[in-house]
Design a protein around this ligand. Structure first.
Ligand SMILES: Cc1cc2nc3c(=O)[nH]c(=O)nc-3n(C[C@H](O)[C@H](O)[C@H](O)COP(=O)(O)OP(=O)(O)OC[C@H]3O[C@@H](n4cnc5c(N)ncnc54)[C@H](O)[C@@H]3O)c2cc1C
Length: 283
């Protein structure tokens, strides 16, 4: 499906890096670092996976050249996880070699449940070699996450905790918002107690207020955790948090393959659909 880009521009910073750079600089000026995400997923041929690996490496050079306050997030299915696990691992290591050379950081996004075990295996393996240059994401809605969080917290891993964005079956994941919030808080508490950098990725006021309260009551300094939100959502909340002295990072996606990301954002929140429809009518 090829839809015009103007539909996605609320959530996607541009179709190429040069379009995204000006948006990133504006956020950096406000004291907000970003995570850049070159959009795309589920690559099925080696040629595309190879060129994506090169693009990710070039992105790290671009961040240095443009002097952006930015790290990157990647999806392993873009590096060939659907083709062959060993091949994907080679691509991941090529990227992490570059990240290490530039003293950069690469976070591996978490995709649908079919990929979770392989993603964690490749992450643990990469962490042995690349240490603080690589981080992971855990989705609170998955039943398995309690054990995953316990192991990652014990190892002091840099984890981004989110609710989870994929449509998982009830045999694998909580479907009810209050249950998801309850486990999210359990995992956030465990990470904040044991790790130096917990990333709380949510737009949910209830969880944001809980995190602030929990940190205060347990004397966890503001430098030990970071709120993360998505580009196009809740910018004034991010600015307010920065004014209050909290660390905030915005996840900035860009690229031509924006449709799956865009449709997840629409599914999540009916207000997002209204926003797009109103903008279409305004044109
Ligand atoms: C930085 C970042 C990285 C992510 N990475 C991943 C990943 O790797 N893998 C993955 O599966 N998922 C990822 N996600 C997506 C995540 O899992 C959720 O699907 C998404 O964030 C929606 O959940 P939520 O907690 O933000 O709020 P929701 O559950 O969508 O909303 C809960 C409540 O929050 C408030 N709220 C939410 N949005 C708004 C808004 N725009 N304006 C006003 N109030 C609002 C409302 O009160 C709403 O009822 C990421 C999310 C972020 C922020």
């Amino acid at each position: 499906m090829h839809l015009p880009f103007f539909l996605a521009r609320r959530f996607v910073a541009g179709e190429n890096l040069s379009q995204a750079v000006s948006k990133v600089k504006e956020l950096n000026k406000k004291g907000i670092p970003v995570t850049l995400d070159l959009l795309g997923e589920n690559v099925t041929d080696r040629e595309t996976a190879d060129s994506t690996t090169r693009e990710y490496r070039d992105l790290l050079d671009g961040i240095r050249d443009e002097q952006l306050d930015a790290t990157i997030s990647i999806k392993l299915t873009m590096l060939g996880l659907d083709i062959d696990t060993g091949y994907c691992q080679d691509n991941l290591h090529k990227l992490l070699d570059k990240a290490k050379e530039l003293d950069q950081f690469v976070r591996i996004d978490m995709e649908g449940s079919d990929y979770v075990q392989r993603t964690l295996d490749l992450f643990h393996d990469a962490r042995k070699k690349y240490g603080r240059h690589v981080g992971i994401v855990i989705q609170a809605y998955l039943f398995r996450s309690r054990e995953d969080i316990a192991a990652l917290a014990q190892d002091g891993v840099d984890v981004r905790l989110c609710k989870g964005a994929y449509n998982e079956p009830p045999s694998l994941a909580y479907k009810n918002m209050s249950e998801i919030r309850t486990v999210f808080k359990d995992y956030a508490a465990e990470l904040m107690k044991s790790t130096k950098n917990t990333r709380i990725a949510t737009h949910d006021d209830h969880l944001i207020a809980w995190t602030k309260r929990y940190a205060e009551e347990n004397r966890i300094p503001k430098e030990r955790f970071e709120f993360q939100m998505l580009y196009g959502l809740r910018l004034s909340t991010c600015e307010d948090l920065v004014k209050e002295g909290y660390r905030v990072r915005i996840y900035v996606p860009y690229g031509t393959m924006w449709f799956p990301y865009f449709s997840r954002r629409l599914r999540e929140r009916k207000e997002n659909i209204w926003f797009i429809l109103t903008n279409m009518l305004k044109r």
